[in-house]
Design a protein around this ligand. Structure first.
Ligand code: KIV
Ligand code: ZN
Length: 521
């Protein structure tokens, strides 16, 4: 048996059935083009009878997207099949995908039809589809909860009627790997004409087993897997395309099968699907989640820096993603911090680095995770001039029924100053206390606050512009506490102002002294 496994992507059909994931025609076409770049074997573009919009989208995909087979879903009803054919007939490689339930519960309760009636309908539908195109897939909905003798009969009959692909869906995600593998093996060994069709599987993820069920089916003879990008789909979703493909690559020793997927397009496809469907990729999603390549613990980071293979089994570049991103924490050592800084092109000498490391540790104590953006912001901070006034202590009160007030303690050399003030808010109160201490009364031209990185505990960065006589000065400050960031920014501005004034005074004094010397010579 050959080891090539067909990847049937149903992101645009079953994936679009995810609550809230409705796509318009333009979006579906865009994703279909990307799926072609990903090199899937089949794109199930939609269920054309379900809406005129879906019909138009499948038609456009069929006309524009070259490479993969373009399939359209249909019930075993002539009107559905005609509509599906209308949608895919212009495709380079069209397929009609017909389905009907095979479990007692679905036939009895949902369809209210007997098994014999369903079998007859299935055969007639496949024959009709076959009269339109050669490539016809038949799916036995809820196959894993069906009687085995019944499904064996249906499979043989639909292949006789012309089905080229027979699909065994685990519609409600009920199967477990061992039993699903056994079912596939049984079909291969008991259906006499099975070699005339490709055996396919379609697993839902209600028990989180969709991927392993699909892989087990392949081990037992299935050669087409139906799956969706990011694992989206009805309820808990379908088997995730990227997980199946990467499992076959990374554990080729255990799953010695190949697909035609261009893995370098995985990352891009995943982001596009997430963006257009509006379904976020969980941070810890296998293969493509943001955290899948992030190392947080110090021991892991140290290991990865020495040799990536210590904690990384997938090279991010293989899926078209970026190189590993360090999320630094208080447990990250100096090695990880220096590596990150150098990757950002900041080369600090020993002393500078040590000073920066102490700053970093202070921040990491307050903030769980330190991102590249935080480091960048702190590095700008490092270049600040030596402060004249330093913030020693800050306490503010504010609230709906309180007069906002602040206690500010500043240090200048060895001297400590402390003042209390009230204001329209805690920041205004703190600024007034600073003015009492420094005796510099400035005009605030503008004030901006932004989050430097991600999360509720993100660093807040304040940048402001103060005017004093004819001077305009920019001050910057950062903290996880926005009042503290505001005071630091204000002090930064005041310290710069003091320096400018003292420099111009010194220059003035020097010029006068030089003039005097000249006079006396
Ligand atoms: O889950 C399912 O049974 C399906 C079929 C239409 C293939 O999506
Ligand atoms: Zn499904």
């Amino acid at each position: 048996m050959n080891n090539r496994v067909m990847i049937f992507d149903s992101t645009l059909r079953d994936g679009e059935q995810t609550p809230g994931a409705k796509l318009n025609a333009q979006e579906k076409v865009k994703i279909a083009h990307q799926l072609a770049r990903l090199n899937v074997d089949v794109i199930e573009a939609g269920f054309p009878i379900s809406s005129p919009g879906d019909l138009r989208a499948v038609q456009q995909i069929s006309r524009e997207v070259k490479g993969p087979v373009i399939a359209a879903l249909a019930r075993t009803v002539k009107e559905d099949i005609d509509c599906a054919w209308d949608a895919v007939k212009d495709a380079e490689k069209p397929r009609i995908h017909v389905f009907l339930a095979s479990s007692d519960i679905h036939m009895e309760k949902k369809l209210r039809k007997s098994p014999e009636q369903c079998l007859k309908e299935a055969v007639e539908a496949v024959r009709y589809a076959k009269s339109l195109t050669n490539d016809v897939e038949y799916s036995l909905e809820d196959a894993t909860r069906s009687r085995e003798d019944y499904i064996l009969k249906v499979i043989e009959a639909v292949i006789d009627a012309g089905a080229t692909v027979v699909n065994i869906p685990d519609t409600v995600g009920y199967a477990v790997p061992k039993e699903f593998g056994r079912l596939i093996k049984l079909i291969i060994s008991k259906v006499p004409n099975i070699n005339k069709a490709v055996l396919s599987v379609h697993c839902h993820n209600d028990l989180g087993l969709a991927v392993i069920n699909s892989l087990t089916a392949v081990e037992n003879g299935a050669r087409q897997i139906e799956c969706n990008v990011n694992g989206i789909g009805e309820r808990a979703g379908n088997a995730a395309l990227e997980e199946i493909v990467m499992a076959m690559i990374i554990r080729h020793d255990e799953f010695p099968y190949v697909t035609g997927i261009n893995t370098k397009e995985i990352y891009r496809t995943s982001r596009l699907v997430s963006k257009l469907t509006g379904i976020p990729i969980p941070l810890n999603k296998a293969v493509i989640g943001i955290n899948a390549f992030a190392h947080s613990s110090g021991i892991h980071q140290d290991g990865v820096l020495k040799d990536k293979r210590t904690y990384e089994i997938i090279n991010a570049e293989l899926i078209g993603g970026q190189a590993a991103q360090m999320v630094l924490t208080a447990r990250s050592g100096r090695h990880a911090l220096r590596h990150q800084l150098e990757a950002m092109n900041y080369h600090l000498d020993k002393e500078e680095f040590e000073a920066f490391y102490q700053k970093f540790i202070k921040l990491a104590d307050k903030k769980k995770e330190v991102y590249k953006e935080d480091l960048e912001a702190m590095l700008i901070d490092v270049s600040y001039t030596e402060p004249t006034y330093e913030l020693e202590y800050l306490q503010t009160v504010s609230g709906t029924k309180t007069i906002p007030a602040a206690v500010v303690r500043l240090k200048k050399g060895d001297t400590i100053f402390e003042e209390v003030a009230s204001g329209s808010g805690p920041i205004d109160a703190a600024y007034k206390a600073v003015e009492k201490i420094t005796k510099i009364d400035t005009n605030m031209e503008n004030y901006n606050l932004r989050a430097v990185s991600r999360g509720m505990d993100a660093l807040g960065e304040v940048s402001l512009k103060i005017n004093y006589e004819d001077k305009n000065i920019i001050g910057r400050g950062m903290s996880t506490d926005i009042v503290e960031a505001s005071v630091k920014a204000y002090l930064d501005g005041i310290n710069k102002l003091i320096r400018i004034i003292s420099n111009s005074n010194n220059n003035h004094n020097h010029t006068t002294a030089a003039a005097k010397n000249k006079e006396c010579c």
